[in-house]
Design a protein around this ligand. Structure first.
Ligand code: ATP
Ligand code: MG
Length: 427
């Protein structure tokens, strides 16, 4: 036998029955996006490396150490597998001048790539739901997308407070951050001996990133650092208060976390994360915020933006930990075919039933009726359709209820399948 090939470390296959959880999530998202007026925008998985370097910032974990970048050997182009979705979304709306007719609310779901140490809730290929609202400057849309995430939790059965809590902060505007930055550098310089390597390196290039450190040894120093919230001017404060007023009115509780800075440089004003106590170190399930200078930075006409990314694997792990399962999905019928019955007789009937909306699984490959009934049972189907010579000779098949002991087996006409297909569907 030839050697077995394996998936790349940190990149996962998703097989049934686990894939049902994914489809449950995806279906829920599609319905929710329509309810909030968000449209699909799909971008390529491969983008020019420069997009992420310019978009996310050179001194970030992603750009410094996590990107899958490579040279296209055909033409020498520098390319990167997208590590996040916002930069690509912005590139696309700039490239297509998509804000020409006013604001745009868009979303997409798909794989992202980061070269990290694989562990539970952290992979090298993972998936995000990404939602972006372009062209809205006010705090109302910041609040709306946060409420939209709460609506998603509720649709899936997750409870705020118990399974997930909201943290918010404001990063102010660039001028406010400059003043804070000076205070931050002074603070970290005063404790230079306690800075880890990353922090040493970032002290002067990007000190705000130090607040995003995952090193527990850095925690006390980060905890005592000057707070950006204390440096906000009146307009930034009013924006933050505007977001809070809507969240308060909607009865959504949150914690103000002055240390919350997010991992990319493009954010300003509102930032937020939804965190869970149920997933250990991989506690952030969803994070986002406002990025009012990114569009201009990537070559577009200045326009504000706000959005979030949600880690689908982490969310599905959370659903599992919370004991929340997709609604069961079973076929309406399983077709059992006696030895010698031609498929040419069976298939057209099944096609008619399916066209009428019934989910019908064909037992392919023959075998004894007993073994076929075992399969029918294991499939969870509510009915068996029995194609056997006796009934077929009268132009009929037998319809046997499998889950309802009180219901009797009956015969139905092959020619009239469209008329009785509805009997297979759940009441
Ligand atoms: P973390 O701090 O856990 O590394 P992050 O701040 O790098 O997360 P974002 O860039 O904000 O993550 O991405 C949004 C969401 O995508 C995260 O909150 C998380 O749920 C998910 N995510 C990020 N990286 C991974 C990964 N390597 N594997 C699985 N999910 C991930
Ligand atoms: Mg990360």
């Amino acid at each position: 036998m030839a050697d077995k090939l394996q998936a790349i470390k940190g990149m996962n296959d998703i097989l049934p029955p686990d894939s049902a959880r994914w489809e449950w999530f995806e279906d829920t998202v599609r319905r929710l996006m329509a309810r909030y007026g968000y449209k699909a925008l799909r971008t390529p998985i491969v983008e020019p490396t420069a997009l992420f370097v310019r978009g996310l910032g050179e001194v970030t974990d992603i750009v410094e150490k996590e990107m899958y970048s490579f040279t296209d050997h055909m033409n020498g182009d520098l390319l990167t597998l997208r590590p996040e979705a916002t930069a690509g979304m912005v590139r696309a709306i700039v490239e297509h001048n998509a804000l020409y007719n006013g604001p745009l609310r868009v979303w997409q779901m798909g794989p992202m790539f980061r070269h990290e140490r694989p562990q539970k809730g952290r992979y090298r290929q993972f998936h995000q739901l990404d939602v972006e609202a372009f062209g809205h400057a006010g705090p109302d849309v910041d609040a709306e997308i946060i409420l939209m995430v709460r609506a998603l939790w509720r649709e899936l059965g997750l409870k705020e407070g118990e399974h997930l809590t909201l943290e918010i902060n404001s990063l102010g505007q660039p001028a406010e951050r400059a003043a804070h930055r000076a205070a931050l550098i002074a603070h970290f310089e005063a404790h230079a001996d306690r800075l880890d390597d990353d922090a040493q390196r970032r002290l002067h290039s990007n000190p705000l990133r130090i607040l995003d450190s995952k090193n527990p040894a850095m925690a006390p120093l980060v905890e005592s650092a000057p707070k950006l919230l204390d440096y906000l001017g009146e307009a930034s404060r009013a924006h933050f208060d505007g977001v809070r007023a809507v969240l308060d009115a909607a009865g959504l509780g949150y914690r103000i976390n002055p240390r919350l800075v997010r991992g990319m440089d493009y954010y300003n004003l509102t930032v937020f994360e939804w965190v869970t106590p149920l997933l250990g170190a991989q506690s952030t399930v969803c994070g986002g915020g406002r990025y009012d200078t990114l569009i201009e930075q990537l070559g577009g006409k200045p326009a504000p933006g706000v959005g979030f990314g949600l880690g689908i694997e982490r969310l599905l792990l959370l659903l599992e930990a919370a004991g929340l399962n997709p609604p069961p999905s079973v076929p309406d019928a399983y077709a059992v075919v006696a030895d010698g019955v031609p498929m040419a007789t069976v298939m057209p009937v099944l096609e008619t039933l399916r066209a009428a909306g019934a989910a019908v699984v064909l037992h392919a490959g023959g075998g004894s009726l007993k073994s076929q009934f075992k399969r029918a049972d294991a499939s969870g189907a509510r009915h068996a359709l029995i194609f056997a010579p006796d009934e077929l000779s009268r132009g009929e098949l037998a319809l046997k209820p499998l889950r309802d002991a009180a219901a009797a087996q009956r015969t139905r006409s092959l020619a009239d399948a469209a008329l009785w297909a509805g009997e297979l569907l759940p009441a």
